[in-house]
Design a protein around this ligand. Structure first.
Ligand code: PMV
Length: 314
């Protein structure tokens, strides 16, 4: 059985978070979001044709790191594969293999890279079968129907997802260095899909859309002006805002651990002592993401060696 399609797609980390949906079926976000595409953390997908008697199935991609998806995750992935096939006019049944070049189960958001890679694979297959190609913006919106955050992975660098669609934006900060402090591994108890629903019970959610959109406007403005410190402050309040939504939901839930707090406090102290540091953010998980400017190589080494000793950083 020959491999007919091979694609890969990167992950991304949001600085202004997509949290809450206007439509849960189609993943229509309650607010706009802004992310940085993490080029080196990727999902690889390979698709092989099966006979007509067989049905679509999933397998781990052997060339990549060990992955074991739960039954419900496989079902979600294959359901979206079927939806993509039907939307893109793909005929036939396939073995879809996927894997990440980063460790599975380390709590890193991989739905962005895995769903965008799946969309790319289905699109390439449809073009091979003679269908009209979509542009990257149309592809991004299609991918959003599988996992909202995956739409931002289809573009490079800074990416904004708003009512106007998915667009690349430019700021005077390029080639950022991404590092994540892996505080805890293992699948999280509350998935982000569940979190999107549960936060509607929080009183803080009433004004969330306005706060997120305001922060997006402010962040774009300060990044444009080159004000890195102010950007750090906005990103800091934004991830706390999202985690406060989790904690004030009914029932409440949360992802931060004692080690998360330790890492956050060390990083804040570093900023206070040095007047400089990385942008800091967190996803719906316990791990802490850092984005360094390209001229902060030395500062990054300093933080890893002196401020985060004992932590596992990827
Ligand atoms: O794409 P989803 O449904 O897994 O949502 C992910 C949402 C966050 O990662 C928590 C934030 C974001 O904007 O990526």
């Amino acid at each position: 059985m020959s491999s007919i399609i091979k694609v890969s797609s990167p992950s991304n980390i949001a600085l202004i978070k997509y949290m809450g949906k206007k439509n849960h079926e189609l993943n229509v976000p309650s607010n706009s979001s802004l992310s940085w595409t993490i080029d080196h953390l990727r999902t690889y997908v390979e698709v092989k044709a099966l006979s007509n008697k067989e049905t679509d199935r999933w397998a781990p991609l052997e060339s990549q790191q060990d992955i074991s998806l739960s039954e419900s995750s496989v079902a979600r992935y294959l359901n979206f594969w079927k939806k993509l096939k039907s939307k893109l006019g793909v005929e036939g049944n396939f073995l879809v293999s996927s894997g990440n070049n980063f460790p599975f189960g380390c709590g890193l958001a991989s739905s962005a890279s895995s769903f965008s890679a799946l969309t790319l694979a289905a699109h390439e297959l449809s073009c091979k079968q003679g269908q009209k190609p979509l542009n990257e913006h149309q592809l991004a919106l299609l991918s959003a129907q599988g996992s909202g955050s995956s739409c931002r992975s289809l573009l490079e660098g800074w990416v904004k997802w708003s009512e106007q669609g998915v667009q690349q934006v430019s700021f005077p900060f390029d080639n950022l260095i991404h590092k994540v402090i892996v505080v805890e591994s293992g699948e999280k108890k509350i998935s982000s899909s569940q979190a999107h629903k549960m936060i509607s019970s929080s009183l803080l959610n009433v004004q969330r859309q306005a706060r997120a959109n305001q922060r997006l406007e402010d962040l774009c403005q300060v990044l444009q002006k080159g004000d890195w410190k102010r950007a750090y402050e906005i990103c800091w309040s934004e991830f706390w805002d999202m985690h406060a939504l989790f904690e004030t939901s009914e029932p409440s839930f949360g992802y931060m651990t004692a080690l998360t707090m330790k890492a956050l406090n060390s990083l804040r102290l570093f900023w206070q002592n040095n007047g400089d540091g990385p942008l800091i953010t967190m996803d719906a998980g316990p791990n802490v993401h850092m984005l360094f400017r390209e001229d902060q190589n030395k500062l990054c080494d300093d933080i890893l060696a002196n401020c985060l000793e004992g932590f596992s950083v990827l």
